[in-house]
Structure formats: structure tokens, C-alpha cells
Design a protein around this ligand. Sequence first.
Ligand code: AMP
Length: 179
Amino acid sequence: MAQRGTPDPEFLKTRIRHVPDFPKPGILFYDITTLLRDPAGFTSAIDQLAQPFAGAGIDLVVGIESRGFILGGPVADRLGAGFCPIRKPGKLPAKSIRESFALEYGTDAIEIHEDAISAGQRVLILDDVLATGGTARAAVSLVRQLGGQLHALAFLIELDFLKGRDKLPGERVVSVLHY
Ligand code: AMP
């Protein structure tokens, strides 16, 4: 079994691969598959994502497709919380609500089951990367529409220069790594 992770953001940064020009020219993609395959790196990432919320009474971790599932499941388990997915349109089997948001060109949307959150539940939204913040802002809207009490948003990586945090005024935003 792997040792408990090293609580060191610089250690995590050494495990993340940077892929230039993916998925399109000019984008530097932060690839966490190289972190996930490393047992000490994976454990450390989950430790550092969960630690700020230990004892916060989180009822539900809401993870955003798809890397938010990989990280959000173990974080929920660590916090003694449930897990709920936010997915791309058309993927969830039961009745869902949708929120659309603007991209550089066009729009995108995400969905959540309409019975996924009970009114007043304390929710932590979780994803791998906070970039422009459009996805996270739509996720906040979905959680609030269902009556969830949003405690915070957590990210493994925040791209500070894209100012995604500015799209989340008044929210608690906690990121493990900053670029
Ligand atoms: P945004 O709505 O711009 O904040 O984008 C957030 C979503 O896009 C997250 O689910 C990320 O997984 C993904 N994403 C955006 N930019 C990057 C990047 N440079 N590297 C890896 N994933 C990214």
C-alpha cells in the first residue's frame, strides 16, 4: 500500500504533465493522469483537497465531469460525505435540470439530477481545474436551484491569469495549486 501523500504542493506540481496545444493550438493543457497514476501523488492530492473541509459538515461533494469524478469520489469518502455528479447534457438517466454558459465561441451546458440535493444540504463543488470559471459558475447555479447550501468550491489547479475566481464573487474558492 502507498504511504500517505506528501502534503506539499510543489511535489504535486512535479507530477502534473503540461501538454502544449491541446485540445487546440495555444492551450496549455494540465494533464493530471500522470499524477493519478502515482500512488503517493494521488493520495497527496486527495489529502490536500479534503483537508480544508475536514469538520466542516459537508453533506455532499458535487463533482464536475469528468476529472471532478475521479477526485471528488475519494474526497467525499474522506469527508464522510455523499457524492453527486454534474454531467454533460444527455448523460444523466433521470429527470435533470440544465444550466448553459458561454464559451469563447458558442455555448456549453451541464446538468444535474433534479433530486440530487436535498434542501439545506451543505455542498462542496469540486473540479480539477478552475480556468475561466464558466463551468464552475454554472455548477453554483445548479446547486442553488436545488436548494443546496454551498459551502465552497475546491480545485486541484487554478489558472490565476484567467481570473475564473472573479466569476464566483462572494464564494469561498480553495485551490491546491496555482499557475
Ligand atoms: P472553465 O469553465 O474555463 O473554468 O473550464 C473548466 C473546465 O475545463 C474544467 O472542467 C477543466 O477540466 C477544463 N480545463 C479548462 N482549461 C484547462 C486546461 N488548461 N487544462 C486542463 N483542463 C482544463
